[in-house]
Design a protein around this ligand. Structure first.
Ligand SMILES: Nc1ncnc2c1ncn2[C@@H]1O[C@H](COP(=O)(O)OP(=O)(O)OP(=O)(O)O)[C@@H](O)[C@H]1O
Length: 273
């Protein structure tokens, strides 16, 4: 479990200010959903957490220490598409991370270590429902199965933080609901801190312990001002108490209805207006 602190962070690309004055504390084990209009800097924010982008100003801390400047095994990531390697089998995809960690040049594990990692990978693939598909290639999997694989691939190195960039955006609603359950279960079991960008407000509120809205100040939306002002956090909504994790997660249970906090999509439209 890991806490993240974002302290007065700005991101500028040349003349364009994308994010400004971003201040956010994410408690250890939280599940934070990031929503906001297209182009307001959500993916940029995720890239900051991943270490793919650096803030122009401000700092980001992971468990009180400056966040490493480059992606590392402490942060797993899943994108909407293309997270998995098409030329590797399901098992090969999940084993690649540990292999690269153990041997950056050869990307191979040997002997007892290989057996232990194979066992861990197989267990994880079982947990995401791909236990029967270990030797298939991604092209032989459905979209939902590929995203399950991407989750397993991201989690095998036991990262402290899982970053999700619209991971389920391309999936049908039914498949989405299934994979939500898988994700909630993994979150519960690992206690990992999750930050997820989504366009789906219902998903944001159903999964998130906190929903954070990024947007430009309404007074600064004129075209002439687009470059000079970045997005800020306009709302930071606590949806569920993380300590009450079982209550959050029990929404996955057969007997539990949708949690009372999860609003209808129509009710949520004003959040983004
Ligand atoms: N490397 C870069 N160089 C210059 N501009 C960039 C770069 N990366 C992002 N931007 C700009 O930053 C702004 C925010 O982009 P970002 O992808 O973070 O938005 P977003 O909220 O994730 O959008 P969407 O919801 O459509 O995915 C956009 O105007 C984009 O053009």
């Amino acid at each position: 479990m890991s806490a993240i602190s974002v302290r007065n962070v700005w991101v500028e690309y040349g003349e364009q200010i994308v994010l400004e004055q971003i201040r956010l504390d994410i408690e250890s084990g939280a599940f934070v959903s990031i929503v906001g209009p297209s182009g307001c800097g959500k993916t940029t924010f995720l890239k900051l957490l991943l270490g793919q982008e650096r803030p122009t100003r401000g700092e980001l801390l992971l468990d009180g220490a400056p966040l490493p400047d480059e992606p590392g095994a402490d942060r797993g990531v899943v994108f909407q598409r293309y997270s998995v390697f098409p030329h590797l089998t399901v098992l090969g995809n999940v084993l690649l991370g540990p292999e690269l960690q153990a041997s950056p040049l050869l990307a191979r594990l040997f002997g007892a270590k290989r057996r232990a990692q194979r066992e861990a990978a197989t267990q994880l693939l079982d947990a995401v429902g791909l236990g029967e598909s270990l030797h298939k290639y991604p092209a032989q999997l459905s979209g939902g199965m590929q995203q399950r694989l991407a989750l397993a691939q991201a989690l095998i190195t036991r990262p402290k933080v899982l970053l999700l960039d619209e991971p389920f955006g391309a999936l049908d609603p039914g498949i989405r609901a299934e994979i939500h359950e898988v994700l909630k279960k993994l979150w519960k079991e690992t206690g990992i801190t999750i930050v997820m960008v989504t366009h789906d407000l219902r998903e944001a509120f159903t999964l998130g312990t906190r929903v954070v809205v990024f947007d430009r100040d309404a007074r600064r939306k004129r075209d002439a001002e687009r470059l000079r002002y970045g997005a800020v956090i306009t709302q930071n909504i606590e949806v569920h108490k993380r300590r009450d994790k079982n209550a959050v997660l029990s929404s996955a249970g057969r007997d539990d209805p949708t949690p009372p906090q999860a609003p209808r999509q129509d009710d949520l439209a004003p959040v983004l207006s």
